[in-house]
Design a protein around this ligand. Structure first.
Ligand SMILES: N[C@@H](CCC[C@H](N)C(=O)O)C(=O)O
Length: 290
């Protein structure tokens, strides 16, 4: 049997199907349609994942020029991200670390270049990501941009929070209710006027102690509850610091799938965390035929 090459991996438990397509010839958008993304992410009848990452050069992505403008040539590679329901997202903080890890594993990127850091195109703009000296990856996520206040009702409970853009939209709800006990199986009801494109909702406990430390759970737009969200951790870190009257600092964010660190200052946000490839292989012709 023959089929298309595929990888599977995760960053702090936020897992993805990765499709190598350097020249954009294997998975054009009309082939990788919403239905196929949903099948790939299906945890019983597919490979399973919170989303799909296509490893493709920016110049082969039709909408990349529109998104990146003059930056198109500065980012050779483009993280073509899809949520499990097939929708596109502007940015994915766990995904972009895994993306760099997969480029290295596939021999598409030189380790020295990764150590120096490379600019990767996303639908939210260019992001600089590099391998970290002590292991894992660090991503310059750009500044957190608060844009109002709202609420989310989920599992019968209502939480108020701060709307924060990390390129994609978040509602960060700081709460004293222990997040470990929350039922997050439903879809949060939110203010559609504040979030016309939908929103990722983070429920966050600030943990006691000297250094800023938070525990977070997240219900992602286009996915449902995931074990981690990198952009969500950055939005949460900004909100935790702001609640303490600070605009800079390092926040440790514990998620069900592990630990992320976020360095915040007024000019930007740097996300640090691991990336792991779990499997590589091919999609069978039988499965592809549906
Ligand atoms: N898990 C991601 C975010 C993925 C996109 C999100 N579901 C959205 O639609 O904005 C992360 O690690 O940032």
């Amino acid at each position: 049997m023959s089929g298309e090459r595929v990888l599977q991996g995760h960053g702090t438990g936020n897992d993805f199907v990765l499709l190598p397509d350097p020249d954009g010839t294997v998975w054009p958008a009309d082939r990788l349609d919403d239905a196929l993304v949903r099948r790939l992410c299906d945890r019983r009848a597919g490979l399973g994942g919170d989303g799909v990452l296509r490893l493709v050069r920016s110049r082969h992505v039709p909408d990349a020029a529109g998104v990146l403008g003059a930056d198109l040539d500065a980012g050779e590679w483009f993280m073509d991200h899809r949520n499990a329901d097939g929708s596109y997202a502007e940015m994915c903080g766990n995904g972009i670390r895994l993306y760099l890890h997969a480029l290295l594993a596939e021999g598409l990127l030189d380790p020295a270049a990764a150590a120096a850091g490379v600019a990767v195109g996303t639908r939210g703009g260019l992001r600089r990501v590099g391998s970290a000296p002590g292991g894992g990856y660090r991503v310059d996520m750009g500044p957190a941009r608060p844009f109002g206040h709202g609420s989310a009702t989920i599992g019968g409970a209502r939480f108020t929070g701060t709307a924060v853009s990390m390129g994609n939209p978040h509602l960060v709800c700081l709460t004293d209710v222990p997040v470990s006990g929350l039922d997050l199986t439903g879809t949060p009801a939110v203010d559609a006027g504040l979030f016309p494109e939908g929103v990722n909702v983070e429920l966050v406990n600030v943990l006691p102690g000297g250094d800023p430390h938070a525990r977070m759970r997240v219900v992602e737009r286009g996915v449902g509850e995931t074990r981690s969200c990198g952009t969500g951790a950055c939005a949460a870190a900004h909100t935790v610091l702001a609640a303490a009257g600070r605009d800079a600092g390092t926040v440790t964010v514990d998620v069900p799938g592990g630990r992320l660190t976020v360095d915040v200052d007024p000019g930007g946000t740097v996300l640090g965390g691991p990336a792991v490839l779990v499997a590589e292989g091919t999609l069978t012709a039988e499965w592809l035929a549906g």
